[in-house]
Design a protein around this ligand. Structure first.
Ligand SMILES: Cc1cc2nc3c(=O)[nH]c(=O)nc-3n(C[C@H](O)[C@H](O)[C@H](O)COP(=O)(O)OP(=O)(O)OC[C@H]3O[C@@H](n4cnc5c(N)ncnc54)[C@H](O)[C@@H]3O)c2cc1C
Length: 304
């Protein structure tokens, strides 16, 4: 990116702009090269102005949530990386309708709604990340996925205009939403319709789910959760990886977790290249053993 374009974006923005920001600081893997421009908008108007200007200039952008489901390449991301901050994190509760800003923490939303007796988001208890990232990924567990409780999502489009998408338009499927296709919409907030229930029972369930997660998930090393999607509802990718003999496989500081074979851990200074090479090795082993091509759940981002 030229200095002229960087200056243009910097002078257009009211929020925080950093050049060559290392994305390793912003991902749960602790991995990722620099973003040409790292932008934290001051408010929705600031975001709309910068996005429409970037569109006019032909600059790419990409939105980062809490970086809990991404592997950012060692070369980093060209163009603008947008990180929504505190001004996009408000949670408003009106009866059983909950409006949450895209940068609100998903797990915090789970606690807040369960505590006042609103059921529907317990399935996301303990899942790291933001509401925006959770919507894009249709985050969940075998208890369910958050998409089933989404009524609508408000977005900013590439020309700076806003739009509202209904649950039907978003087309949630297992770990998928329309936001994973080529759509460049930026999620600003989501509306959830929940169901009244006993708050004590809900909190008990939430705590049980969290406790089970901390028993079953790797306790050390940095990760981005499950690397691959389950091939179908009854087949666990983790089990296949285990049977294919890949538990404990290692490249550099990237290791297939012993506790959960669908997790790759950065146990020190793994590079994105190490993780990706190991993931490809795992895929080949599963293909050889079962004839099944595993699909990535984590999003591979940046220049490879
Ligand atoms: C230890 C661990 C355990 C995990 N367990 C689970 C689990 O049980 N179930 C599960 O589903 N996931 C799990 N994950 C994965 C991760 O927590 C979820 O996918 C989460 O929803 C990602 O949210 P995020 O804010 O970090 O999104 P990111 O990882 O930052 O982004 C994910 C995608 O969403 C896009 N995005 C983010 N915000 C926006 C926005 N505002 N507008 C448009 N696009 C946006 C990004 O561009 C990217 O494509 C786990 C991760 C870890 C590290």
């Amino acid at each position: 990116m030229t200095d002229k374009i960087s200056r243009e974006i910097t002078s257009t923005a009211r929020g925080i702009v950093r050049l060559n920001e290392p994305l390793a600081k912003h991902t749960t893997f602790g991995i990722g090269g620099p973003a040409d421009i790292f932008f934290e908008p001051a408010d929705p108007e600031d975001l709309a102005t910068v996005i429409s200007r970037a569109t006019e200039l032909g600059i790419n952008w990409w939105v980062l949530g809490d970086g809990a489901n991404v592997l950012v390449s060692d070369k980093g991301v060209r163009g603008i990386v947008i990180k929504l901050g505190r001004n996009f994190a408000k949670i408003k509760i009106d009866g059983n309708v909950v409006t949450a800003g895209a940068s609100a923490k998903l797990d915090k939303l789970v606690t807040q709604t369960a505590r006042i007796g609103l059921s529907g988001l317990e399935c996301a208890a303990g899942i790291p990340g933001t509401v925006g990232g959770g919507i894009v990924m249709n985050a969940g567990t075998y208890h369910g996925c958050i998409g089933s409780r989404v009524e609508s999502v408000k977005v900013i489009r590439s020309d700076g205009s806003t739009a509202e998408l209904s649950q039907n338009e978003i087309g949630f499927r297992y770990r998928w939403s329309i936001f994973q296709s080529s759509i460049s919409d930026i999620i600003m907030q989501a509306v959830f319709r929940l169901t009244p229930a006993d708050p004590d029972e809900l909190m008990k369930k939430v705590e049980e789910i969290r406790a089970r997660r901390s028993r079953n998930l790797p306790s050390c090393g940095r990760s981005a959760g499950c690397v691959f999607k389950n091939p179908d509802e009854t087949t666990s990718a983790g089990k296949m990886i285990e049977i294919a003999g890949m538990k404990g496989a290692r490249i550099g500081d990237a290791v297939v977790a012993e506790e959960h074979a669908n997790f790759i851990l950065n146990i020190g200074n793994a590079s994105a290249y190490d993780v990706k090479t190991l993931a490809e090795k795992v895929r080949r082993a599963v293909k050889d053993k079962f004839g099944v091509e595993l699909e990535y759940e984590i999003r591979l981002v940046g220049e490879w």
